[in-house]
Design a protein around this ligand. Structure first.
Ligand code: SAM
Length: 358
């Protein structure tokens, strides 16, 4: 049997988020408002070979979904080559007796011992600035899904929020992603009071008109400026009620499993989908299946972890596969039961979302 990753709270870990870089070319006020914090030294950043090797090991341990993120992942040159390697990974069958089989991650025919042809689900989160030019190659390389951040549909407000005048490029990126066949294209919008809560209905209309899965995210205390205030959080409930008043919504499933979003369809049958992600007001830690790898090779067991686990040094020390697997298993056992955003003693992590990988 495949010995899957399970934490001390009996949660199975199925979802790996990999930050490819801590660099970003946007300056979203809720993430990196004051320019870049000191960047990681180049020699500490994992190479694509190292990332592919780590992903292969994680997949052999039951990881089914991998999301490439950052920083801005498309700032890393040749991401398509990495996508090609990871897309070849196959999720072992639960019935497989072989818990440690390997894949030729660099070859084109990783056939040995594969008993179940289900590929890992590979997604990418991007700000979209260069996706128009790269969507086709990413799709061809084997990327399954793409999520594009879009925090305003108004040029001036977009610039106020992101620090860059790139709304046109992002809208083109969304169109390009649809054209090359990513379906559905997901959009992330962080809704912050005083910035874009007045655009919620327009976002929903945009989702309907363009057949998008539009995900509304509560503002979390992960900004480098440490300016997060509870009053700035627009709750998932408020967002949902607002949309529902203009475009009645129907909950798609009464359980969301380990997903972050409550998903709604439009009651009138229109295209598109609404996702509500409410980590602050409706914590979903009990069903969390996620683990994160930073660009410099640290495992984080929670977005809000205040400690990290140095997988890079283990890997570079020449550890055997068995030792690496053991290290990962021990780290997973330390996964926090829940976050503490709503507790008086909450301490914001020193690393921001741009470094951790959203
Ligand atoms: N650069 C890519 C992008 O813009 O989508 C990927 C990295 S970004 C850190 C990933 C996601 O995290 C984005 O959708 C962003 O909106 C979200 N995010 C960043 N800071 C956040 C915060 N403080 N609260 C909630 N979401 C945040």
């Amino acid at each position: 049997m495949v010995n899957v990753l399970r934490d001390a709270h009996n949660r199975t870990i199925r979802d790996l988020r990999v930050s490819l870089t801590d660099r970003c070319n946007f300056r979203c006020f809720y993430c990196l408002p004051n320019g870049e914090p000191p960047l990681a030294r180049k020699d500490t950043i994992l190479t694509f070979e190292e990332i592919a090797e780590i992903c292969e090991i994680f997949v052999s341990l039951g990881i089914e979904k991998i999301r490439l993120t950052g920083g801005e992942p498309l700032l890393r040159r040749d991401v398509e080559k990495l996508v090609e390697k990871i897309a070849l990974l196959k999720v072992p069958s639960p019935k497989s007796q072989d818990s440690g089989f390997r894949f030729q991650v660099s070859g084109k025919n990783p056939k040995s011992k594969i008993q179940n042809p289900k590929s890992v689900d590979l997604a990418l989160t991007t700000n979209g600035f260069s996706l128009k030019e790269r969507a086709k190659d990413l799709k061809k390389a084997g990327l399954d899904r793409v999520t594009i951040s879009l925090d305003s549909l108004k040029r001036e407000n977009f610039q106020r929020i992101t620090g860059v005048d790139k709304l046109g490029e992002v809208l083109e990126a969304i169109e390009a992603a649809k054209q090359v066949g990513f379906a559905p294209v997901k959009i992330n919008a962080v809704i912050v009071r005083g910035y874009n809560e007045t655009e919620v209905i327009e976002f929903a209309r945009f989702a309907r008109e363009n057949n998008l899965s539009f995900r509304f995210i509560e503002f979390m205390p992960l900004d480098s400026g440490h300016e997060w205030k509870r009053e700035m959080v627009v709750s998932g409930r408020e967002i949902c009620d607002k949309i529902n008043a203009s475009f009645p919504l129907k909950l798609k499933e009464t359980s969301r499993g380990s997903e972050t979003a409550w998903k709604y369809e439009f009651a009138d049958g229109a295209n598109g989908e609404i996702g509500i992600i409410a980590p602050v007001t409706e914590m979903f830690c009990g069903a969390c299946s996620r683990i994160r790898l930073t660009a410099d090779g640290q495992i984080r067991t929670c977005l809000f972890s205040t400690i990290e686990h140095n997988l890079r040094d283990v890997l570079r020390s020449g550890a055997t596969r068995t030792e690496i697997v053991e290290f990962i298993r021990q780290v997973v056992m330390k996964k926090e039961a829940r976050h503490h955003i709503n507790d008086a003693e909450f301490v914001q992590p020193t690393r921001t979302m741009s470094f951790i990988g959203g």
